[in-house]
Design a protein around this ligand. Structure first.
Ligand code: ADP
Ligand code: MG
Length: 706
């Protein structure tokens, strides 16, 4: 019998895990046995019975257990590389083929005599031999290895299939999970409140974990495949309940404190009227009404202002700022990058020109002496509005009377940062601006603790951007097109993909591109270069030059994707568009189409682009609706890639998948709200909150609950 372990024990103590494997697991944030228990299969294979080769039917998807006869690469007449394998059982021969699978050859995966499970769709060999084949089947080489109890984890059961972790294959993981369950048997403590579990008839946690990894033989396979067995549902519910409860608790706490009660004074109304450069759209008016109502209430505002790129969030936020300033408070506006902070500063300074406000820009690139003076003026209350990056405002800046914090996150979520700020003394009102059209489910989890205003209408007289997908060969024409627009006085962006600004090679490519364009393609124009690693004075100079149309063409990395506002720019050419996510391309594209002129977005994608890539990019050609694009992106790439990483404040879900589990999310959220207001007993409430407080930061990667 395996040694008894606690769920909280280090995963190294588990049989089969040494320092090497522990390190691989740690790379996936699996450090304890409990972490490992939540590493759930991504699919299951029914090996309660395998199909004899003679009984295979074309079209059927099934598992075959057969012995390898031959395996090796073949080349078709057209030069395609195919890895071909023949295997037999007592009843016949099956061929399997893989495309682009040189690793099978290189790693010498298959050898004659091995017994292998093949899982896939059965097809007739197109070359008329009458033989059956599987194209690209999943496979697992049978190890004939048994558990201590003499059970096979590979044959004669519904087998869980895990995603490999480093060199840990699905099979190794299966054994580790088996050991983990055996060694902690009965010791995984229930975490959901009893009243919630009973009301919703949810399975207990230990059983749910066991059955999710090793389902009973009679479990319906379609339920398993859709993650809807009672065991899986229980675990998904648990995760979404905990996240929802955590966010709701946080919101409750934020609302329990006394905030500032602003008033909409006549002077504020007049000030707003003096600066408004245009008539607000209906959606803008609605948003400002909601924001001002929050500001006037005694509870601190925690509101999200969501609106697609170019929907006009800035002016709405500015109206809120004016209300705060006219009430004698200071306002801080934080942006994710220095470039964006500087942009905001330049355009807001212009907008606020008619008003006697003191405003300034606090970014790290300013001289130390200037920064010191600035901080002094902030502390003394001499500045009404401070614009800067997140970092600076958090660190050591003391405000005399901070009343409103505007966080321009665009699409970089900073759930953590918001709360650090609020912890500082008396809570100011907080308004978060975001341009990422977040599908509703994600909005609930990300911003479940915020109220939300949506600007769902673009300012008038915007002609939709014309988007075109071009091949490499069409690039010269695209450049010619840019030349014509620029001759007419319009401006253009050329965007180069630098995913990591720290990646020197990528950056060099952008630099070379700039040289090439400046020297060879557009010698008659001034072409500037912008990227994240330029010294900030240089960035500043470049942005100003572009804004003033001294330089009509700007070669840039994605640093321009947020917030840059140059209405005279009407063309954007995006190189290697297939390397970007759709949502990101949509953000980039939002930099044009900001003025009355017709704008054009040219997506250049490599000729080797896959069909999937073209389909993705076509979505962009066909719709300008950020919500639709975001949904599609999310579907195609999953939330992980969609958002990049956890640093954006997305809870790191282990089993829940937001798109698949929308229904469970809504259910879990309702139950969490119900539990928090009507717990089974005060003790139940206390112990659940204690659990959450302990588990929250580790499990969901979010800051503390309460
Ligand atoms: P975003 O929501 O992306 O931050 P901005 O606030 O930068 O959008 O606004 C985009 C552009 O639209 C700006 O040039 C702004 O001056 C203009 N704009 C905003 N609201 C209106 C409006 N109601 N009518 C006309 N133009 C507007
Ligand atoms: Mg903006």
């Amino acid at each position: 019998m395996a040694a008894r372990l606690q769920p909280g024990s280090d995963v190294q103590y588990l049989k089969g895990v040494g320092p090497g494997r522990a390190e691989m697991l740690a790379a996936r944030a699996i450090r304890t046995i409990e972490d490992l228990l939540y590493y759930t299969p991504f699919r299951y294979e029914d090996r309660t019975r395998t199909t004899p080769i003679r009984e295979l039917i074309p079209g059927q998807t099934t598992t075959v257990l057969a012995e390898v006869l031959t395996a090796g690469p073949v080349r078709t007449r057209r030069g395609t590389y195919i890895f071909d394998l023949a295997a037999r059982d007592d009843t016949g021969i099956l061929r399997c083929k893989w495309f682009n699978a040189a690793y099978l050859e290189k790693n010498r995966v298959f050898r004659p005599g091995q017994r292998v499970f093949f899982f896939g769709k059965v097809e007739r060999d197109p070359f008329g031999t009458g033989n059956l084949q599987m194209l690209q089947p999943q496979f697992e080489i049978l190890a004939e290895e048994k558990t201590e109890g003499g059970e096979s984890l590979e044959v004669g059961r519904i087998v869980p299939i895990y995603e490999s972790i480093g060199r840990l294959t699905p099979r190794v993981l299966r054994h580790l999970l088996w050991n983990a369950l055996a060694s902690t048997d009965g010791q995984v403590v229930e975490c959901l409140p009893r009243s919630v579990r009973e009301r919703n008839q949810l399975m207990d946690r230990s059983t749910a974990l066991r059955l999710t990894h090793f389902p009973e033989p009679d479990t319906p396979l379609d339920q398993l495949a859709t993650f809807r067995t009672s065991a899986q549902v229980r675990l998904i519910f648990e995760e979404l309940f905990n996240v929802s409860a955590g966010l709701l608790l946080r919101r409750r706490r934020a609302q329990s404190v006394e905030g500032i009660r602003f008033q909409v004074t006549d002077s504020a109304r007049q000030a707003i009227r003096r600066i408004l450069p245009f008539h607000p759209t209906g959606a803008q008016k609605r948003a400002i009404r909601e924001i001002v109502a929050d500001m006037c209430s005694p509870r601190p505002m925690n509101r999200l202002l969501q609106g697609d790129v170019g929907s006009g969030k800035t002016i709405v936020a500015l109206q809120a700022a004016i209300v705060a300033i006219e009430n004698g408070y200071q306002v801080a506006l934080m942006a994710p990058t220095e470039i964006l902070a500087t942009q905001h500063y330049l355009s807001i300074r212009q907008l606020l020109e008619p008003l006697p406000y003191q405003l300034d820009l606090l970014v790290s690139s300013r001289k130390p002496a200037e920064k010191a003076t600035l901080k002094q003026r902030i502390a003394e209350g001499g500045l009404n509005l401070v614009i800067g990056t997140h970092a600076l405002i958090e660190r050591d800046v003391e405000f005399a009377r901070l009343g409103l914090v505007i966080v321009d996150e665009q699409h970089r979520f900073g759930v953590l940062q918001r709360y650090q700020l609020i912890r500082k003394g008396r809570p100011p009102d907080v308004l978060v601006l975001t341009a990422t059209p977040i599908p509703r489910t994600l909005a609930l989890t990300l911003y479940g603790d915020l109220d939300c205003s949506v600007i769902d209408e673009l300012p008038p007289h915007r002609s939709p951007i014309v988007t075109r997908l071009l091949s490499e060969r069409e690039r010269p024409q695209a450049f010619e097109w840019i030349r014509q627009r620029v001759r007419r006085g319009e401006q253009a962006y050329v965007i180069y993909p630098v995913i990591e600004e720290s990646d020197r090679l990528e950056l060099q490519a952008a630099v070379r591109m700039h040289e090439h364009l400046a020297r060879n393609v557009f010698p008659e124009f001034r072409v500037e270069l912008l990227h994240g690693r330029l010294p900030s004075q240089e960035k500043d100079r470049v942005m100003r030059a572009f804004k003033a149309n001294e330089a009509p063409i700007l070669v840039s990395t994605t640093v321009v994707e947020v917030g840059v506002d140059v209405p005279n720019a009407t063309v954007m050419l995006i190189e290697h568009a297939d390397r970007f996510g759709l949502a990101q391309l949509h953000q980039l594209r939002g930099r044009i189409g900001r003025g009355p002129g017709q704008s054009y977005c040219l997506l250049v994608a490599g000729d080797a682009r896959t069909e999937v890539a073209s389909e993705r990019l076509n979505a962009l050609v066909e719709t300008a609706d950020g919500f639709k694009i975001a949904e599609m992106d999310l579907k195609l790439r999953g939330p992980g890639e969609f958002f990049g990483t956890r640093q954006w404040g997305i809870p790191g879900f282990r089993i829940a998948q937001l798109l698949r589990d929308q229904d469970i999310l809504e259910w879990a959220r309702r139950e969490a709200a119900e539990f928090l207001s009507h717990p089974g007993s005060p003790e139940e409430f206390e112990s659940y909150v204690a659990y959450l407080r302990a588990a929250w930061p580790r499990r969901y990667g979010l800051s503390s609950v309460a």
